[in-house]
Ligand binder design. Structure first.
Ligand code: PLP
Length: 393
């Protein structure tokens, strides 16, 4: 037996364990101080009533002979695929049911999709980045090339930023972005679509945060861009949309126009996946009902209000940042040219606020810092008052 030696090429990530260690140490030494965590990437509000009602009903069905269900279709039940189809239609995107695959979340499918591609393909990933894109490719032995996301391109790298010597068969785009919160507009995305079509590359478009977009001019799906159905696979999730981080449900779109890829994905899924639980899919279906949309809308508005509080405070303090408008993430330039970890320690020691050092997301993250809006409004307000005391002149 030989192990997959590619795992040796993975960089150890100490980001969240180092944060936890530093915070625990601080709390032990300062038990009287209230620490506020604005580094959380998980939602905090509970599932909405429309969803829990649907979950309860589905649980009851499973306990009755006539409505019990065993294995379901690997691609998901039609009732949920139709609900997703209807959701896309609202944004003027027409999808066939066979292009929609229900998943147990975006993370799994972002990794699983790589089964369809040759290991010799080159991969283009923005830096800073959601680490899953990089690590899943390294595990498979693929070469990863980076494209710089920085202040000059407002953290939205474009085709012009690609290093001429670098190939790109598989291109990752995440918009609204984690960690930066930056969002591509239609013109910018069109450039990527045209580039992928020209190079016969595939775009893996991560739209896990699409629900935070409130400007109708900004694309929530890459399929709002002409030509995208010929070059892009889209991954979405109910995790942040509807608080499904622990419940687990998402969807992946593999268009028919992508040659064999749709059929290959069906083959892959029917071989390696047995579907998302019926109960969860009923809960997910409820997200797309009128009631569900209204209720999750309130939760999203709550997080967006927190993001606005953070962004407004940073403006008052003259701290440069992107994100926070159509995203739960705020990506700020550390004041006084501090490095990411220096600022982390400074904020923890002087304001008892915990965020995430940008350096943990890639080399271009050095000197930056990520705050999130997933905390409570009360804590976010208190944290912002503390920030003002430190930085507002
Ligand atoms: N994509 C991005 C950019 C994310 O930030 C996350 C979660 O934090 C995911 C995907 C994973 O989502 P899911 O919970 O659906 O696996």
């Amino acid at each position: 037996m030989n192990i997959n030696a590619n795992y040796d090429n993975l960089e150890q990530s100490y980001l969240f364990s180092t944060i936890a260690k530093k915070v625990n140490e601080y709390i032990n030494n300062n038990p009287d101080k209230k620490v506020i965590r604005l580094g959380i990437g998980d939602v905090t509000l509970p599932l909405c009533k429309a969803v829990t009602d649907a979950l309860h009903k589905a649980v009851d069905e499973m306990g009755v002979q006539s409505t019990f269900r065993g294995y379901g279709p690997e691609q998901g039940y039609d009732f949920l695929r139709e609900a997703v189809q209807g959701y896309y239609k609202k944004h003027s995107v027409n999808l066939e049911l066979d292009e929609i695959f229900i998943s147990d979340g975006a993370k799994s499918d972002l990794g699983n999709i790589l089964d369809l591609f040759d290991t010799n393909n080159t991969v283009l990933v923005p830096d800073p980045v959601y680490p899953v894109y990089v690590d899943t490719n390294i595990m498979a032995g693929r070469k990863v090339n980076f494209i710089n996301a920085n202040a000059e391109n407002e953290f939205l790298p474009g085709v012009k930023d690609i290093d001429k010597n670098v190939g790109a068969d598989i291109i990752y785009i995440c918009s609204p972005n984690n960690p930066t919160g930056a969002v591509y507009n239609k013109t910018q995305l069109k450039e990527w679509v045209d580039y992928a079509l020209e190079k016969k590359a595939v775009i893996l478009f991560d739209s896990a945060y699409e629900c935070f977009i409130s400007d109708p001019e900004l694309p929530r799906s890459i399929y709002e861009i002409e030509g995208a159905k010929n070059c892009a696979i889209e991954f979405c999730s109910l995790s942040k949309t509807a608080g499904f981080t622990g419940t687990r449900c998402g969807y992946t779109i593999v268009p028919m126009n992508l040659g064999k890829l749709n059929k290959m994905w069906v083959r892959r899924q029917t071989t390696k996946f047995n579907g998302v639980p019926y109960i969860v899919q009923r809960g997910a279906e409820a997200v797309f009902t009128e009631e569900g949309q209204k209720e999750i809308g309130l939760n999203i508005a709550y997080y967006k209000n927190n993001a606005k509080l953070i962004s407004d405070t940073l403006n008052e303090c003259g701290i440069k940042h992107v994100g926070g408008k159509h995203s739960p993430y705020i990506w700020l330039k550390c004041p006084n040219n501090m490095k990411s970890w220096e600022f982390f320690d400074y904020l923890l020691n002087n304001a008892q606020i915990v965020g995430t050092p940008g350096a943990g997301f890639g080399k271009n993250g050095e000197g930056y810092f990520r705050l999130t809006s997933f905390g409570s409004t009360e804590n976010t307000k208190e944290a912002m008052e503390r920030l003002k005391k430190l930085f507002k002149s």
